[in-house]
Write a protein that binds this ligand. Structure first.
Ligand code: C2O
Ligand code: CU
Ligand code: CU
Length: 494
């Protein structure tokens, strides 16, 4: 058991600035913070997480109030194993209700930690999860309806790793914090005095809360010392709203080996990768030539259609820039240097098994664009007509929207409106049949629980987990201010 996050540092002290990344001159850089790894097998199958307030200095020497799970900000990386039972104890020491949702972990809805599983202030929740799914990178975060955006922004999120021995068998990098790195991407608005600002009103209500400070594992522009060889990055977009468009400044190729639901059939070589809120990708980056690398993101242009840049001025919502750098160690050898040709066999995706189709329209409110502010711009205040929702209805905790049965296979036709939305379904791993009428790109062809949609898509899913009325599963946009604003529905499987 642990009560505090201990940051193991990827390297000791600070690291000299890399040549080629000149923005901050020759200043010393922060080492990539590596969250504590808590492996259920070293804890007798019992893991405790404490949601509490903390202090974290995003800017050196200027701490600000944050939230975390057993840590001032974010939480430990929790490793669980297929076939095991893991007893979680989640204690809420905050002054408001919170939850712990296991995003990407397939468990019955009553154990899923959605909005119905509120842990009141001072309360404790003790779900026992039976882990039964292929190896993957998942995550956990608070999910109380109407407050998810603020709580995740404040820090209530962490990474989870499900293991079944596949990575070991394939010889993939697996020395945690050395050649197997958690990379939690976020953006935040941080005032010059260091304080973390969350304001979900105005434009942020429509576009989601964004910020012009880019963070990796809670740090600004950190440096990871890595061995010379293959390094595995477990990328998680834990931002409230922004999509990252990743590449290395030298344009090097990296290989995507896994998405939300686990390994792909073969590694997919790419030079840039778009990762939307709540998506995970595992990538292998080759540092065997000893060359340093800088990971950067392009600006995010996912804005509401029809809004001009000027209307978004002052939000600093979509900046691009360097996220972090990697500095290969001159001597230390990596555990892996050969990219596997194939990863795992994947069952064929068979749409003929679907017994029904459902339509899901992600709506931002039909009359929202009618309000004209002074100068013809859109009015961003109140009185904008119907709230956002799905299929014309805003989220209602007491309404069940869909009721498939365990064992059913369905196609969901999901249509995004006004802007691109990262659509997420609890309780299943789905496959993308088409986006905009076309087959998905190879890196999106594996198991997914979230997909960024700027065009209509068809998703194939088979329900395996029980969900009853009192604890249904959610489906929603993972722009957290859209979710909090009602772009969410619920389904049961009884
Ligand atoms: Cu990341 Cu409804 O969840
Ligand atoms: Cu989820
Ligand atoms: Cu959305």
């Amino acid at each position: 058991m642990f009560t505090r996050r201990r940051f193991l540092e990827a390297s000791v002290g600070t690291v000299a600035l890399l040549g080629g990344c000149t923005a901050e001159g020759q200043n010393a850089r922060t080492a990539l913070p590596i969250p504590e790894l808590v492996d259920a097998r070293n804890q007798n199958g019992a893991i405790k997480l404490i949601a509490a307030e903390g202090q974290h200095a995003f800017l050196p020497g200027r701490p600000t109030k944050t939230y975390g799970f057993s840590a001032p900000y974010l939480g430990p990386v929790v490793r669980i194993h297929k076939g095991d039972e893991v007893e979680f104890t989640v204690e809420n020491r905050l002054d408001r209700a919170a939850t712990a949702h296991w995003h990407g972990v397939l468990v019955p809805a009553a154990l899923d930690g959605g909005p119905h599983a509120l842990i009141r202030p001072g309360g404790i929740w003790r779900p026992v999860l039976k882990i039964d799914q292929p190896e993957t990178t998942a995550w956990y975060h608070s999910h109380p309806h109407g407050d998810t955006g603020r709580q995740v922004y404040m820090g209530l999120a962490g990474l989870m790793i499900v293991e079944d021995g596949t990575g070991e068998r394939l010889g993939l990098p697996r020395s945690y914090g050395i050649d197997d790195l958690p990379i939690i991407l976020q953006d935040r608005q941080i005032d010059p005095d260091g304080s973390l600002v969350y304001s979900a009103g105005g434009p942020a209500r429509m576009m989601g809360m964004r910020g012009d400070t880019l963070l990796v594992n809670g740090a600004i522009s950190p440096v990871a010392k890595v061995p010379r060889g293959l390094v595995r990055l477990r990328l998680l977009n834990a931002a409230n709203a922004r999509t990252f468009d990743l590449k290395f400044t030298d344009g090097r190729t990296f290989h995507v080996i896994a998405s939300d639901g686990g390994y792909l059939h073969t590694p997919v070589g790419m030079t840039s990768l778009i990762i939307a809120p709540s998506e995970r990708f595992e990538v292998l980056v080759d540092f065997s030539n000893g060359k340093a690398g800088i990971l950067e993101t392009a600006p995010d242009d996912n804005m509401m259609r029809g809004m001009s840049g000027g209307m978004m001025a002052g939000l600093g919502e979509s900046v691009g820039g360097p996220l972090m750098s990697f500095e290969p160690h001159p001597t230390s050898a990596a555990t892996a240097s050969v990219l596997p040709q194939t990863l795992v066999p994947l069952a064929a995706v068979d749409p003929s098994r679907a017994i029904r189709r459902r339509r899901v329209s992600l709506d931002m409110g039909p009359s929202m664009m009618r309000g004209q502010g002074p100068g013809g711009g859109m009015r961003m205040g109140g009185g904008m007509g119907p709230p956002m929702g799905i299929n014309g209805q805003t989220y209602d905790m007491s309404r069940i929207d869909f009721a498939p049965k365990v064992g059913d296979t369905e196609v969901w036709e999901v249509t995004p409106n006004m802007m691109a939305h990262p659509f997420h379904v609890h309780g299943v791993i789905f496959h993308v049949l088409s986006i905009g009428g076309k087959a998905p790109a190879p890196y999106l062809a594996g198991g997914k629980d979230t997909i960024l949609l700027n065009e209509p898509a068809e998703l194939l899913m088979t329900f395996t987990q029980p969900a009853a009325r009192d604890f249904p599963f959610m489906f929603h946009c993972h722009i957290l201010e859209h979710e909090d604003g009602g772009m969410m529905g619920q389904y049961t499987t009884e």
